[in-house]
Design a protein around this ligand. Structure first.
Ligand code: GLY
Ligand code: MN
Ligand code: MN
Length: 447
């Protein structure tokens, strides 16, 4: 799969006389002497499937001759760490230069320590260099140094590069359209995420704490072989659900309140992004059910809108239309549909967008607008649909019975030639399904 990704990008690079330099992420310090678990950069992973730090992929569409006779031209060079048994005892095993070409399918492996001396020679003669600046200052500085050295060669008749091209051009456009192999990973993520949300629904009881459910989600993700949560899980009981990026996850869960969980498994670094909201005691009360059903209707309207040829922004429009009509019907908003859209008073209760691309990054790459218009949906695109209603606990302009209710429902949708497929459809969603899942008994899902 990663080899195919490289081949596709190389084809595009060849058309524009562009070489690419794609570094992985750097280690991030958590606190003194401790680092976060390493995660490769999504661009690098997409093109290599290699998860060691201190690696850089260089793609050269013109190719360079190999030292070995009869060997093919070298178009992909992976710079990586050399084997070092002493260091590996401390920091873990390394693939090493010898095994990298066979193991990863790259044409050549070189020592990462030689990167900056080798790059000017490799990039010589290309008009453009694909490189994403602004991520690592030191890398940016070194790349600028390489460009400067290449300019110095101009007197000798070698054209220096005229442009640094961002990965948002061809690479991110490739990543936007998922192949069957990528979708298989995303389907696996959806399955594991379904198990985690079901486990949360069936285990949750009044008197537990948000952190217990957070731990159960992570446990379920990891025990099924996922790399863990695709982003910091949101486990928000009661009015915590009205804080959109609530991640403290440390409050007691109260009888009679809702629990909003926004959590998804990451499989081979591909993200799932799902939100479910359910009653902590297993039964919606009247107001909670009214809000829940409204958000569900809005989500369904968004999903029903999504098919090839429809603009991406139509999803938000469809969901928002349902929410506005419902909020007026429930007496939570005043005015007419037109006036509410005009004065945007819905923003008190629904203040975020309805959809974003999904893939290796939870907010995945790919342009949302093309020629100043919202982009039309095409088969292979995957995105979320995630409307919500959040009624502040201190909002005295609404009746007390509504205050502190926060509901979001979020699913992951693939555009198919015929319409769409909800990848996360296996997770309880209707009022009945959710209440049944809450009743199903913790042990059943845990063994
Ligand atoms: N979990 C991040 C989001 O829903 O966008
Ligand atoms: Mn989302
Ligand atoms: Mn989410």
């Amino acid at each position: 799969m990663y080899h195919k990704h490289r081949e596709r990008l190389l084809q595009q690079l060849a058309e524009s006389r562009t070489a690419a330099v794609i570094p992985t992420a750097s280690h991030k310090v958590r606190n003194h002497d401790c680092e976060y678990r390493f995660r490769p950069s999504s661009d690098f992973w997409y093109l290599t499937g290699f998860s060691e730090p201190e690696s850089v992929l260089v793609l050269l569409p013109d190719g360079i001759a190999s030292d070995e006779e009869d060997s093919k031209e070298i178009k992909s060079v992976l710079f990586l760490r050399e084997r070092n048994p002493q260091v590996e005892t401390w920091t873990g095993r390394r693939l090493g230069l010898e095994l990298a070409p066979d193991s990863l399918g790259v044409d050549e492996a070189r020592n990462i320590d030689e990167l900056w001396t080798a790059l000017p020679l490799l990039l010589k003669g290309y008009e453009r260099i694909m490189y994403r600046s602004g991520l690592e200052e030191e890398f940016d500085r070194e790349i600028n140094g390489v460009v400067k050295r290449l300019r110095g060669l101009a007197r000798g008749g070698i054209m220096p590069p005229i442009e640094l091209v961002d990965t948002a051009t061809s690479l991110h456009e490739l990543r936007l359209f998922k192949t069957d192999e990528e979708l298989a990973l995303m389907r696996r993520g959806a399955e594991i995420t379904a198990e985690a949300h079901r486990a949360a629904m069936s285990t949750c009881q009044p008197g537990m704490n948000e952190y217990e459910i957070d731990a159960l989600l992570e446990y379920t993700f990891r025990r099924r072989g996922s790399t863990g949560a695709a982003y910091t899980s949101i486990v928000a009981g009661g009015e915590n659900a009205c804080v959109l990026h609530y991640v403290e996850n440390n409050s007691p869960l109260q009888d009679g309140e809702l629990l909003l969980i926004d959590a998804g498994a990451e499989v081979d670094y591909y993200a799932t992004d799902v939100t479910r909201t359910f009653p902590i005691n297993g039964q919606f009360n009247e107001e909670q059910r009214a809000i829940y059903e409204l958000v569900l209707e809005a989500e369904q309207a968004g999903i029903d809108t999504a098919r090839p040829g429809v603009e991406h922004k139509a999803i938000h429009k469809a969901a928002l239309g349902v929410l506005v009509r419902g909020l007026l019907r429930l007496g939570l908003l005043e005015g007419t549909e037109e006036s509410v859209h005009e004065d945007q008073s819905f923003r008190r209760f629904f203040m975020h967008g309805t959809s974003h691309w999904l893939g290796l990054d939870v907010h995945d790459c790919g342009a949302y607008t093309v020629a100043e218009s919202s982009r039309q949906l095409e088969p292979g695109m995957v995105f979320t649909v995630e409307p919500g209603i959040y009624i502040d606990a201190d909002d005295e302009s609404v009746e007390a019975r509504w205050r502190g209710i926060g509901v979001r429902i979020e699913d992951d949708v693939l555009i198919t030639p015929e319409g769409n497929e909800v990848l996360t459809a296996g997770i309880p969603r209707s009022v009945q399904e959710v209440e049944d899942a809450c009743k199903s008994g913790a042990l059943e899902t845990m063994v």
